[in-house]
Design a protein around this ligand. Structure first.
Ligand code: MLT
Ligand code: MN
Ligand code: ZN
Length: 308
């Protein structure tokens, strides 16, 4: 299985267009220790020829431009190696790249019912009409082949599973997190190839439960929500009023954080993705980045390629 990180940042990207914080300035200035990152997405392939996108970020056109594996193959006049897209949520950073996949291309589109429902209610997504872009519901716990638009399997099987998370920001009608959490809003993806290699992708998650630990145990690759270093970092930095918990994200550090939560879990590689521009692990030379590396985690960057 080949995996390419198309984007490693959380919603907003790094640097974020309207952010003047020290880290965003460092990234904008071209500091080699603060590499810019686009919004989170992976491309996955069993054969290195046909690819599946995990989420379609607003930065997708730039991400495709940077990824030779996603360019039309030699001799192809019109066409793309992108054969399917699998969505984990309906946040802006997960779905809006779909609008850049028009131009007559066909692909299979997968997502949980709650996410496909949001696409259905927003007529702009009708620019991707079935049968050119058939929409297929992912049910938590059910394993299925990921197929192209015509139903041809792509050599990858997916088992979606529930993770704790929140409804999309633009559908919020309350400021109380208890009222915004939903068991159906966000999913994680467990993807295997014919050889049994296993990738788990969880770009958004608000808590690591025993069930989740058991779910990911033994995976060759885990890409996990690295949104914030600590829960109140946006407030401390004067950049916002929300905690990570309010945004539906667990933090990386601390006793209840992600590093600690996954410490007992057996994994080939553990990699943070969906990293907010306030998280100091985005700067390679920060003490926090060193702490993450010492704990056996990696920090994803755009263009990172992993084969398993
Ligand atoms: C998130 O993951 O919290 C979202 O990307 C927020 C947003 O829509 O900007
Ligand atoms: Mn997001
Ligand atoms: Zn910033």
């Amino acid at each position: 299985m080949k995996v390419r990180v198309l984007g490693a940042a959380a919603g907003g990207g790094f640097p974020q267009w309207n952010c003047g914080c020290a880290m965003c300035r460092k990234a904008r200035a071209g500091d080699a220790h603060a590499r810019p990152r686009t919004q989170a997405s992976l491309a996955v392939s069993a054969d290195g020829i046909r690819w599946v996108l995990l989420n379609a970020s607003p930065d997708l056109p730039c991400q495709i431009a940077q990824a030779p594996c996603l360019h039309p193959a030699p001799g192809v006049l019109r066409g793309s190696p992108i054969a399917a897209v699998v969505l984990t949520g309906a946040d802006i950073d997960c779905i809006t790249g779909l609008l850049s996949l028009r131009e007559g291309h066909e692909f299979g589109l997968y997502g949980p019912a709650s996410v496909l429902d949001i696409l259905r209610r927003n007529v702009i997504f009708d620019v991707l009409p079935a049968p050119r872009v058939p929409r297929r519901v992912l049910d938590a716990g059910a394993t299925e082949d990921i197929c192209d638009a015509r139903g041809e399997p792509l050599g990858l099987r997916v088992t979606p599973f529930r993770v704790g998370g929140k409804i999309p920001l633009y559908t919020e009608t309350s400021d109380k997190i208890e009222e915004l959490l939903s068991p159906d809003a966000v999913i994680g993806l467990d993807i295997t190839d014919a050889a049994g290699h296993r990738l788990v992708f969880i770009p958004g998650c608000n808590a690591v439960t025993d069930a989740l630990r058991a779910r990911v145990d033994g995976a060759d690759l885990l890409f996990f929500d690295g949104t914030l270093w600590q829960d109140d970092e946006m407030i401390r930095a004067g950049l916002g009023h929300k905690t990570g918990a309010r945004m539906g994200h667990i933090s990386v550090s601390g006793e209840a954080g992600t590093i600690a939560a996954f410490a007992p879990v057996k994994l080939g590689r553990r990699i943070f993705i969906h990293i907010n521009n306030t998280n100091p692990i985005l700067c390679d030379d920060s003490p926090e980045a060193a702490q993450v590396r010492a704990a056996g985690w990696e920090v994803a960057h755009d263009g990172m390629e992993v084969t398993t």
